[in-house]
Design a protein around this ligand. Structure first.
Ligand SMILES: [Zn+2]
Length: 136
């Protein structure tokens, strides 16, 4: 299982994506590295960035991820990360749809729903790309 060769998009890193849950919406966020090789992640929907700058924090993060991977049997693949984000978007969309007024439509709300719709389509395209690239 660990030797399965997954084809990744050329600009992505070789190792599988590790993720960290957003403290606000619990979407699994892709962990990236700053130029100084410190981990950070960004939640676009909450508009927050999390930087792990301290040596202790970084080693705690690694330990946490290692333990998590041991439990779930491996790091989250880009497909899992994309799928989690897709699920999160769907939740956000239905939350907004529930706030629709009964009679008059709210243009701002409709715009927000349309924007999430576009994100959903974008995520679906990413997932479909991933499936095409990794199917053997
Ligand atoms: Zn979030």
């Amino acid at each position: 299982m660990s030797n399965v060769n997954v084809t990744l998009p050329p600009d992505s890193v070789q190792k599988p994506t590790r993720s960290f849950p957003c403290p606000l919406c619990s979407t699994q966020l892709e962990l990236r590295e700053t130029r100084r090789v410190k981990p950070y992640c960004v939640c676009n929907s909450c508009g927050i960035q999390i930087f792990f700058r301290g040596q202790k924090g970084i080693s705690r993060l690694r330990k946490l991820l290692d333990e998590h991977e041991r439990l779930i049997g491996g790091p989250a693949t880009p497909a899992v990360v994309a799928f989690n984000q897709l699920e999160q978007l769907r939740t956000q969309k239905s939350d907004l749809e529930r706030r629709r007024p009964f009679i008059f439509s709210d243009a701002d709300l409709e715009n927000a729903i349309a924007a999430i719709d576009r994100d959903i389509v974008r995520m679906q395209a990413i997932l479909s790309d991933l499936s095409g690239a990794s199917k053997s």
